[in-house]
Write a protein that binds this ligand. Structure first.
Ligand SMILES: [Zn+2]
Length: 252
């Protein structure tokens, strides 16, 4: 092998293995091993890259899942109440939650400053008639007056006409044909908070029954409703729920 040039060496390797000396065979074997190890390392790096991509993709999916929060809407009827509506507003603000308040025209007249506060805190204001009357038992003209009078009162304070109505007792006259079209909003979970006025019962009623995109019916006229709303928010947030106004449930 002394003085062998490169051409001859390769001819020896590829052309006639049988003519190689033992040490030459070892050299070829070593070269083969180096190639094999290099290949393995390269493919290993490639695979590691693949695994990293896999981990990143998993993280991305996890992140996407977390972003897809379940929506739920808290709604409060019959206000504004001089004591408990401001307390409810404070509880909502503390938790950075927006809700929907269906107001009675006659209470709006009595407490315009609270209506202004509801509006300024970014909550949605809906119409709950003027005097909490069962609209289907009124004449068309009387029922429409209950709606439009309340709309005007809210507009005077907030500069915005309500678009949503929750008819008292959930009783909407199907053929009610007022000048202004309103979107009727009922509910999925009735807390019966006005009846029980029991913190634990109100909370349990919601936690047992709530599902994604549900509208929860409460009243902002009771201390127990304020404390229960706080606990409902804290618990459902931990379960991945996001609190939105009813328009986001109905139209998103
Ligand atoms: Zn009501």
């Amino acid at each position: 092998m002394q003085g062998m040039n490169g051409k001859k060496f390769w001819r020896l390797i590829w052309g006639n293995h049988t003519k190689l000396h033992v040490w030459e065979k070892c050299l070829v074997f070593d070269l083969f091993c180096v190639c094999l190890v290099s290949g393995a390392v390269m493919s290993g790096i490639g695979n590691m890259g693949g695994e990293n991509e896999g981990i990143l993709a998993t993280a991305q999916i996890h992140e996407d899942t977390q972003e897809e929060t379940k929506k739920v809407a808290l709604t409060f009827d019959d206000g504004p109440h001089p004591q408990y509506t401001p307390e409810m507003l404070a509880a909502l603000k503390e938790r950075d939650v927006k809700a929907t308040f269906f107001l009675l025209g006659e209470e709006v007249e009595k407490h315009p400053e609270i209506v202004k506060q509801i509006h300024e805190q970014g909550h949605l204001i809906g119409n709950h008639s003027y005097k909490h009357e069962q609209l289907s038992k009124l004449t068309m003209e009387q029922a429409c007056a209950q709606v439009s009078r309340t709309n005007e009162l809210v507009y005077e304070i907030t500069g915005t006409y309500p678009s949503y109505i929750r008819p008292p007792f959930g009783d909407w006259q199907d053929k009610l044909d007022c000048e202004v079209n309103m979107v009727e909003v009922l509910w999925d979970v009735d807390t019966l908070d006005w009846s029980s006025q029991n913190h634990a019962q109100i909370v349990n009623k919601v936690l047992k029954n709530v599902q994604e995109n549900d509208i929860i019916l409460m009243h902002d006229g009771y201390e127990t409703s304020v404390t229960a709303a706080g606990e409902i928010i804290d618990t459902l947030k931990k379960q991945g729920y996001e609190f939105v106004t009813v328009d986001e449930i109905l139209f998103d």
